[in-house]
Write a protein that binds this ligand. Structure first.
Ligand SMILES: Cc1ncc(COP(=O)(O)O)c(C=O)c1O
Length: 359
């Protein structure tokens, strides 16, 4: 009943979602530990009481107008998606036929592999350097039909300088370069300003992380008008509900609320980085709302299972290049204190030697 490539491919594996009655500390999906702006709740309530019998605006006009105002980008250069995942799916669908090439540094967001498999595209993986530097030259030479840079990258949390992205965009002229900026609100720079000089650039944002709206499913793509027009052809007509659109517009109208929460997360991140390094972990400098904790040459699967038994979820990726690592989302200070309290004894029991420095 299904295409051979669909039968053959592995599905994307999302992080564990606890059941309604499970009380876990959830540090596995890079969600925001703080609630969204109170304006969102009000707007959602009003939308629910208003015209739900009618379809929503196909082009998300009000939400886009808020984004245009906030980011100072014309509305015709913005497309709204059901999370940035939907925008990624549209990009893959619109650009890749069977056998076409898509390139990105690895390890990165594994959904790219899934979307490529659906299109039967040929994936060119470019391993990051040990310090997570992006191989710009090699990616530029490859000139894949679609190139993606996740920036800050997941799961490393590391950031590629925007000037390097400009160099890459120039090398890829005539080919799309997507910068997935899902975590960029937690970083010190972003690539939006490159849009005016690079017609081949797409910048993706989400309201799932910094705006605390993962449950609402809202993403934004910024790109040249001709790219937006092409993407509109593969978009579901009514891809965002009236409730999501109202909530999204309200969230963007209160970016001060978002910034306050981002600053709290960044402060906790700095504390956790220091504590984990003292415990013996290698932690690349993170510009996101998570960190990668690495114990070189040690398998961290048992440690992450130990955390799970203690009611703490972190993300473990069972791929060879990440066996010695776990990705930990930044929660509240209390949640992170619980993590550190539980992690210390687990690490000492598992690799006494490696963490002797922490004593
Ligand atoms: C790098 C990256 N891009 C995109 C997404 C998707 O975000 P959204 O919730 O907007 O679909 C995620 C989600 O975790 C992510 O890690």
């Amino acid at each position: 009943m299904f295409r051979p490539s669909i039968k053959k491919m592995d599905p994307y594996t999302p992080g564990e979602q606890p059941g309604p009655r499970e009380r876990l500390i959830k540090l596995n999906n890079n969600e925001n530990p703080y609630p969204p702006s109170p304006r969102v709740r009000r707007a959602v309530g009003q939308a629910a009481n208003a015209a739900l019998r009618l379809y929503p605006a196909p082009r998300a006009d009000e939400f886009i107008a808020c984004a245009a105002k906030l980011y100072k980008v014309p509305g015709e250069m913005i497309l709204a998606g059901n999370g940035s995942d939907e925008l990624l799916a549209m990009l893959f669908r619109a650009t890749l036929d069977r056998g076409d090439t898509v390139a990105y540094p690895t390890p990165t967001y594994s959904l790219y592999d899934t979307l490529a498999a659906v299109q039967e595209a040929r994936v060119l993986h470019f391993p990051f350097a040990r310090d997570f530097t992006v191989p710009i030259e090699a990616l530029g030479r490859a000139r894949a039909r679609l190139t993606i840079i996740c920036n800050p990258n997941s799961p490393s949390g590391t950031m590629t300088p925007v000037r390097s992205l400009a160099v890459l965009a120039r090398k890829l002229r005539g080919r799309l370069l997507v910068i997935d900026e899902a975590y960029v609100d937690f970083a010190s720079d972003n690539a939006l300003r490159l849009l005016k000089d690079h017609r081949n650039l797409v910048v993706l944002r989400t309201l799932s992380k910094a705006y605390s709206l993962a449950g609402m499913r809202l993403g934004l793509a910024f790109a040249h008008r001709s790219t937006i027009e092409a993407l509109l052809k593969v978009k579901d007509s009514y891809n965002l509900s009236r409730i999501a659109l109202a909530g999204g517009a309200a969230a963007l109208s209160d970016s001060a609320w978002m910034r306050r929460n981002v600053e709290r997360v960044k402060k906790t991140r700095a504390m956790v980085e220091v504590r984990l390094r003292k415990m013996g972990f290698e932690v690349p400098p993170s510009q996101a709302n998570f960190i990668l904790a690495r114990m070189p040459d040690h398998d961290l699967s048992r440690v992450t299972r130990g955390l799970r038994r203690a009611g703490i979820l972190v993300r473990y990726f069972s791929v060879p290049s990440l066996r010695d690592a776990m990705r930990i989302s930044i929660g509240t200070p209390a949640e992170m204190a619980a993590l550190l309290r539980t992690l210390g004894p687990l690490v000492r029991a598992e690799f006494g030697e490696a963490c002797r420095r922490s004593a």
